[in-house]
Design a protein around this ligand. Sequence first.
Ligand SMILES: *[C@@H]1O[C@H](CO)[C@@H](O)[C@H](O)[C@H]1NC(C)=O
Ligand SMILES: *[C@@H]1O[C@H](CO)[C@@H](O)[C@H](O)[C@H]1NC(C)=O
Length: 451
Amino acid sequence: MYVAFLLLIVFTDGASSKKVCSYQDVVDYLNLTTDNGVFKLTRPVLDYKHSTMVELDVILYAILAVIEKTQTFVPFIWVTMMWNNERISWDPAQFCGITHITIPRAMLWKPDLFIYEMIQKDDSPHNPYMYVSYDGTITSEEDMKVVSTCKMDVHKFPFDTQRCNITIGSAIHYVNELRLLPSSNSSRATQFSREVMKSQGEWEFLQLSIASYNFTFDDRQWENLIYTFTMKRRPLLHVINFLLPILFFLSLDLASYFIADHRGEKLGFKVTVLLAISVLLLILNEILPSMSNKTPLIATYCIVIFALMLLSLLETILVTYLMEKDSVSQEESRLRDKQEKVKIDNCNAEEKKRLTCCLCICTASDGEKHHELLPVTEEVNNSIQPRESHVLLLILEELKELQKSLDLHLRCRQEVGKSGHWASKINRAFFIFYVTIVSLFLTLIFIEWNT
Ligand SMILES: *[C@@H]1O[C@H](CO)[C@@H](O)[C@H](O)[C@H]1NC(C)=O
Ligand SMILES: *[C@@H]1O[C@H](CO)[C@@H](O)[C@H](O)[C@H]1NC(C)=O
């Protein structure tokens, strides 16, 4: 009997020292049921004049996309919200020291925060639970893929730095009802984001800065927090894909000056290079937005180089035209020479002597021997008998005619030489001009890109 009493004492003692608690006990204590509207319907303050302080923390996990064409910025962020629910509190000592419970998000009131710039509903899976602390502090953590609009300045593309905002504010609660406070300052948020950053891709994350702003409309005020993400583009891919090929084509165009050309091969080469550049221009059109205020430098770069190459093509056309003209007149003069010979061949047999003389002069026509014809006339006049001299004089008259026509040919040929000469002069002058302009332009545009 005594032993049994002692056992009973030991048993009850063990039971009281090993009290078992579950989260459900806390939930039951709070009367938190799915059909209990007390926790969901209204802002959880006991006095309506109290404002709910929401502490907000945003950390950047990854930059998923930055699309210049549609001016879209897609970061993957981690948002932490903390606020106080005045209806919730328990004594951890009563529940074996339980300080936190997790409950489904739908069971409690949540601040109606939204992102102003968001243009697409977030469809990534949500964390279904919230932390509830014994003093009534509720913590909600969310990962979000935010598809937001961001006004981008592509003036310095691809050496640009972009700044995109994410503005978070309450949809309906005014500033006296719901206050937003950043729980960490800019430098801590930047530091933390750098540490957790998973993928940066094309972009190098520089800074995350936080600013508070009261949005006023019709005497009502809403408090907003503005998170500004600053990031710098890694330009290597665009340099390799775009800037360098254009430079290569430009140097090809420059090098084509040294192509010895008489048949328009140079022209064909230049047209091909110009076509290659226009294909690159099409690619550029796909990257850049059309609503930029300032012309992007890369567009200036392309257009000026395109225009220079066009100019050089036109110059080549001009030079080719001049050379063509040159060769055509040479051809014509050669043809005329031949016709003269044929005429001479048709001379009478009676004028055999004259003919041989003619031929003699004709074969010498390329030289300057015909200039010696006039002194020959004098000599003939002086030394030969009058009767013979009459015939000879006739022949000489004929020869003089021939000399005139030969002189004409010669003058013509000199003119031809002139246009060919002009062509090479224009070519050289244009090449110097081209090289100067190109190096000047490239220097200027790279300085502009660097500042
Ligand atoms: C719990 O809530 C129910 C209604 O949802 C109510 O009838 C009941 O009295 C509440 N109990 C306590 C202890 O507040
Ligand atoms: C916004 O309004 C609240 C309440 O009037 C004030 O305390 C806070 O300083 C204001 N914030 C700014 C950035 O003006």
